[in-house]
Design a protein around this ligand. Sequence first.
Ligand code: NAP
Ligand code: ZN
Length: 347
Amino acid sequence: MLTPAYAAFKVNEPLKPHNITRRETGPNDVKIDIHFCGVCHSDLHQVRDEWGGSTFPMVPGHEIVGVVSEVGKGVKNFKVGDKVGVGCLVNSCQHCRSCDEGLEQYCSNGFVGTYNGIDKDGTPTYGGYSTMVVVDENFVLKIPANLPLDAAAPLLCAGITTYSPLRHWKAGKNTKVAVMGLGGLGHMAVKLANAMGSHVTILSSSEKKRADGERLGAHDFLVLKTEEDFAKHANRFDLIINTVSAPLDMNSHVSLLNRDGTMVLLGAPPKPHELPAMSLIFGRRTVAGSLIGGIKETQEMLDFCGEHNIVSDIETIPMNQINEAYERMLKGDVKYRFVIDLGSLKK
Ligand code: NAP
Ligand code: ZN
């Protein structure tokens, strides 16, 4: 089915209107009328081919929310009119160890990404910068009734990507959590860690967001620049959630970890980090990584957000402002997630 979308046709070229073909609704498929789609920094990395392997034309967008408009005959869990979401995954092998454990993002046979991926039928996948999508029901999430659709969209990536490591590394009442980078992921990490009862500190690159940090629920806000700054806060945190999209001084930041503390890398800079062994050896510290979250945990996160009334702080834009939004995201000028109103593409 021909579907209006916005696509990047080449590396570093502005996105333009495009029509894509979506498959007909199969027996296990849910057809979704897309209302909103969040804009993730990963969209920008991939449009610019900063991770390598990007394919064009590319229709980005993996923070999709909308309303079910059709279901296949075999669909059990969804009906027309349901408020639903789709995140970064639209399929996986569904039989490896990770898939069996509900960790489809670590599928040994490779999950199918919502965009810039190859679907099981061999066709390219196209994301949420479009008006409609057809997805296997196993990869569709339910949006809690009390959450507004627009501000819930970023939960599908920024929300789950921060929720999953907070749960895995057991953030709770006695945990001192630091969040590096107050952007889309960072501001969700602050809200979620706060709701889990942790003591939350923001590590930001400037003073500009201090007032926002406090409003979002952080207990402390630090801008660390000099050796003395870092020394003052050494051995302080149990868990550092690093959402920064550029490489930075790992040695100094790791020194902020307590003994046995962990820094989880969520930000995926195009260039490698430099990490001296000594900064881990002294203090038995760990640097780890974490990729989005599985379907079961994504639903758990959405339900948690429903219970705690947590959504993203958003700036809504029409589809034709996406290129300006990318430029602003590069400058850190977004509070705290752009969300595209796909109604603007339906007119
Ligand atoms: P974002 O909204 O652009 O936020 C990134 C934040 O990092 C900025 O707001 C800024 O915060 C800080 N920052 C950026 N450049 C910096 C620099 N050169 N030096 C110091 N601080 C800098 O991006 P996002 O959407 O949250 O995504 C963040 C990263 O996570 C991206 O690399 C993205 O690809 C990745 N990601 C990973 C996963 C995963 O599964 N692991 C999932 C989604 C996204 P301050 O202004 O506070 O300094
Ligand atoms: Zn994302």
